[in-house]
Design a protein around this ligand. Structure first.
Ligand code: 6PG
Length: 241
């Protein structure tokens, strides 16, 4: 697995500005090399500033009509629910970009978690076809417990080695417990993974990833094929230096 590249930023605004540049450059390179780009979005609140910046300052920065949009996980709620990652991404990013609807692949939440997980995996397999199942760019946030996507500590989903998408659950403290999540086999096959981590509440989780060999949070098990990038603001980086 390639080593992580960690970049620290003075504030969430500085982090979002740098992330917008990296996202745009990564997608632009994918389009130039392969004619299309596959971009996996994360949920949570951290990416909001990035999404809004992409939708405004970077609206004309690349050929968005060649970009295909996926999600790393979804809360098992209707797509118009306040807790839906699909709704969040449309409101902060997608509704303002010229990406064809046929190139936006929301995780379905209308049948059962298990059936919809299998349906999404088939959607991914159809997209990749005979080519390598390698997303060009995967965005990830990280929870205070070190979870990524909806891969939470001590869940069986962490040990999945074959399936790309599974139904799983979040802790009781989560607003939505039923989840669908991509798994390490497909996440770690990505060309570039970009973590966005901000705020003092994440400092312990960041420390557990980079400085505590006795702890191995889910985030520590994320890899990438070309670039494993961590964009962390100083509040989250804390004493991990
Ligand atoms: C979700 C995300 C989740 C998120 C972390 C961090 O569905 O909520 O996929 O993994 O990235 O929980 O969330 P914040 O950015 O809100 O701290």
């Amino acid at each position: 697995m390639i080593p992580p590249e960690v970049f620290t930023f003075a504030s969430p605004v500085h982090l979002a500005r740098a992330a917008a540049e990296t996202v745009t450059e990564t997608l632009r390179t994918a389009v130039a090399e392969r004619g299309r780009a596959s971009f996996v979005l994360t949920g949570g609140s951290t990416p909001k500033a990035l999404y809004q910046r992409l939708a405004t300052h970077y609206h004309d920065a690349l050929d968005w009509q060649r970009v295909h949009i996926f999600w790393g996980d979804e809360r098992y709620v209707p797509p118009d629910d306040d807790d839906s990652n699909t709704r969040f991404a449309h409101e902060t990013l997608l509704d303002d970009l010229p990406i064809p609807d046929t190139q936006i692949y929301p995780i379905p939440t209308s049948d059962t978690p298990e059936a919809d997980a299998r349906a999404y995996e088939q959607m991914l397999r159809d997209y990749f076809g005979d080519g390598p199942p390698a997303f060009d760019l995967v965005l990830l946030g990280m929870g205070g417990d070190g979870h990524i996507a909806s891969l939470f500590p001590e869940r069986d989903a962490l040990n999945e080695t074959e399936r790309w998408v599974v139904a799983t659950d979040a802790p009781p403290t989560s607003p939505v417990r039923e989840r669908i999540s991509l798994t390490f086999p497909i996440l770690n096959a990505a060309r570039t993974v970009l973590f966005l981590v901000s705020g003092e509440s994440k400092a312990d989780a960041v420390h557990s990833v980079f400085r505590d060999p006795d702890r191995s949070p889910p985030a520590e098990r994320v890899g990438a094929q070309e670039r494993l990038l961590w964009f962390v603001d100083e509040a989250a980086y804390g004493d991990s230096g």
